[in-house]
Write a protein that binds this ligand. Structure first.
Ligand code: KG4
Ligand code: ZN
Length: 340
């Protein structure tokens, strides 16, 4: 089955053409980073407007790159939520119009479901597995028992990990988004230079908190006579990143032990982080567990990742009608009922 998939939940407009839920023929991503950078974060109204300008262009590009026409498309999967409602509506309305005009089935997919199933497009991974989803909007641990079968184990009580990276980058004058910049600086800094807190590690649950690390860093920056630069800046970046990585890895491995899960997937934009990849791989290997990271193009927001569950749901006849609505908040374990 040849699917067209559309993603517009935040600040990337993306369209992909995917065969049988696995073979990516194209995956076009139009980033809006230039629009939002000067505000230090995503401005919802600007995001919606940019999606409107970009959506037809990315669809045309995706079809052209895949070497197919609209008439060849057999189904459409689109991000239904969670995300910015105005942004989601652009993808949803386009998907509904196309499905109606082409008389093909449509299904609404959960954005985080796309992220945590993305590595299945590149490698075989048996269920069940533990998934750590780390992005700008989410930090969650899930047990994945199959496509459409998820259990929420825990999540952040305040900032998402990516959000913490972005806020800290802003504090340090490094621009937006900040994850990749901090990753680069951290590689040349001393992760032991400063001791930032490791929040909630003492608690035996799978929740996270990152705002305390950010506040500790803010106090450190305020105590300096001049803006940080050079090696001291690299050391702060490395120490901050290390605190986030320690928390993510410890909680993930603890969940894997308690639930006796041998396989771990780490997905979402923060899964691009080199320090996180190294430490998670090392800690899991010590316990004989396997870790799977999607390649960077499938870690960031993209439409192709929606095809894994989109394809499976459409084959099961789980289609949505023209009344399909956008959901700003949508717990991943409530994806089954009501596609309306
Ligand atoms: O999944 P994603 O593309 O979009 C959301 O759904 O949020 O994730 C974007 C987030 C941003 O917060 C960005 O700073 C972070 O992922 N990020 C990174 C890295 N690359 C992107 N964080 C840490 N290290 C990186 N290398
Ligand atoms: Zn995302």
């Amino acid at each position: 089955m040849l699917l067209l998939t559309l993603e517009s939940s935040c600040d990337e407009t993306s369209a992909a053409v995917v065969r049988d839920g696995r073979q990516i023929l194209s995956n076009i991503i139009a980033s809006q980073v230039d629009v939002h950078a000067r505000y230090g974060g995503v401005v919802p109204e600007l995001a919606s407007r940019r999606h409107i300008q970009a959506i037809s262009v990315v669809i045309e590009e995706a079809l052209e790159k895949a070497g197919v026409g609209l008439g060849d498309i057999e189904g459409i999967a689109v991000t239904r939520g969670p995300g910015l409602v105005g942004a989601l509506l652009v993808g949803l309305s386009t998907a509904k119009a196309l499905a109606l005009a082409l008389d093909i089935p449509l299904v609404g997919v959960h954005h985080m479901e796309g992220h945590i199933l993305a590595p299945l497009m590149e490698q075989e991974i048996d269920f069940p597995y533990l998934a750590l989803a780390v992005s700008g909007g989410h930090t969650h641990l899930y047990q994945v028992d199959g496509i459409g079968r998820y259990r929420i184990l825990g999540g952040t009580l305040d900032d998402a990990a990516g959000e913490a990276f972005d806020k800290v980058a802003k504090l340090l004058g490094l621009g937006y988004p900040g994850g990749a910049v901090i990753d680069r600086l951290a590689a040349e800094g001393d992760p032991q230079a400063l001791t930032f807190p490791r929040p909630l590690l003492h608690r035996d649950d799978f929740d996270f908190s990152f705002s305390g690390i950010k506040t500790a860093l803010l106090y450190h920056v305020r105590a300096q006579a001049a803006p940080l630069e050079g090696q001291p800046l690299r050391d702060v970046a490395a120490s901050f990143q290390q605190a986030v990585i320690d928390v993510l890895c410890s909680k993930t491995l603890r969940a894997a032990r308690q639930l006796d899960l041998q396989r771990i997937v780490v997905a979402g934009g923060v899964a691009c982080n080199r320090g996180l990849r190294l430490q998670m791989n090392a800690m899991a290997a010590d316990e004989g567990r396997q870790v799977f990271f999607p390649s960077p193009a499938l870690c960031q927001d993209n439409a192709a990742m929606l095809a894994v569950s989109g394809d499976a749901f459409l084959r099961q006849g789980r289609c949505s009608g023209p009344e399909l609505n956008a959901l700003a908040h949508w717990p991943l374990d409530q994806t089954e009922p009501d596609q309306g």
